[in-house]
Ligand binder design. Structure first.
Ligand code: NAP
Length: 277
């Protein structure tokens, strides 16, 4: 058996077309501001992608490039000016931040109604109490990919490998909110294979190259590979794709799975914030 591919690139294209259609009904242009502190080359590349995505859906986007030695207070003051601007509907601060700046303290100051990444504690708190508003981009994209399979989430046993606040923890909550039975696994899980073998839905976000092997996967499972590991200039997932696809029912590729959906969900979140949804 060979798993059905959950094609994130194609789904992301569909999301962008839907956004362009929705935009025709609006009489204003959604605006996204990206704050970059310092010159991390990977961040510069990610931001370029985000700007290009904004162009594709005719959003206004601007990059606020601030020096690496900026103080936390000045950075927060900058965020406050963006909070106050009516033409900016969403913003994000590109991570990582330079040493000496407290990431949480910065995210705290992004107004929840402008929090395009969905990582402000108010939005994460709403997720916790099943009042989803703006949810983090990668988990939201993962839910859309699972839905693409056509399988119901309700009643399924979902196993999240990884419990980061960016991916593992919020995606588990989103699955729970959709009535899956959720198990979280992490680096201290006693017997990972025993847990992953029970998964109808297996979400892997650990950052370990091809860590999940075919013997760890339940036949027919939906396998979502979040990992991006750079090996010899190539992006490789956390799942050993070639073997696991012979066991799984559905699987996301790397690249072309979760990554493009993360970017598409940033646009979807920005639109949601712009229309006050
Ligand atoms: P992270 O903050 O480093 O968290 C990694 C998680 O994996 C932790 O919870 C850790 O457990 C767990 N873990 C590590 N080794 C493990 C092991 N051997 N067995 C079981 N669990 C283990 O990483 P992240 O930000 O969630 O990102 C994870 C991966 O997804 C990375 O490759 C990243 O590049 C990728 N990513 C992709 C996208 C995308 O759009 N495609 C977006 C975000 C992240 P502990 O909590 O016990 O330490």
């Amino acid at each position: 058996m060979s798993a059905e591919l959950l094609n994130g690139s194609r789904l992301a294209q569909r999301v962008r077309s839907q956004i362009r259609r929705s935009l025709k009904k609006l009489n204003f242009t959604p605006g996204l501001a990206v704050v970059q502190v310092g010159n991390d080359p990977a961040s510069t590349l990610y931001i370029k992608h985000k700007q290009r995505d904004c162009e594709k859906v005719h959003f206004h986007s601007e990059v606020h490039h601030l020096p690496a030695d900026i103080s936390q207070e000045t950075l927060i003051a900058h965020i406050e000016t963006l909070n106050a601007r009516p033409d900016i509907h969403g913003m994000l601060v590109q991570m990582p931040l330079p040493d000496g700046i407290n990431k949480e303290a910065v995210i705290d100051r992004i107004a929840p109604h402008k929090d395009a990444d969905g990582l402000n504690p108010v939005n994460l708190g709403n997720l916790l109490i099943n009042r989803e508003r703006v949810t983090p981009c990668t988990p939201t994209g993962i839910i859309r990919l699972i839905e693409l399979s056509g399988e119901k989430i309700e009643g399924k046993h979902a196993v999240c490998v990884g419990r980061s606040p960016l991916v593992g923890k919020p995606v588990g909550l989103m699955l729970l909110n959709r009535n899956a039975t959720v198990t979280y696994c992490h680096s201290r899980t006693a017997d990972l294979k025993v847990e992953t073998q029970k998964a109808d839905i297996l979400v892997v976000a650990i950052g370990r190259t091809e860590f999940i092997t075919a013997d760890m996967v339940k036949p027919g499972a939906i396998v979502i590979d979040v990992g991006i590991n750079h090996v010899d200039g190539r992006a490789i997932g956390d799942v050993r794709f070639e073997d696991v696809k012979e066991v799984a029912g559905f699987i996301t590729p790397v690249p072309g799975g979760v990554g493009p959906m993360t970017r598409a969900m940033l646009l979807a979140n920005t639109l949601k914030l712009a229309i006050g949804g």
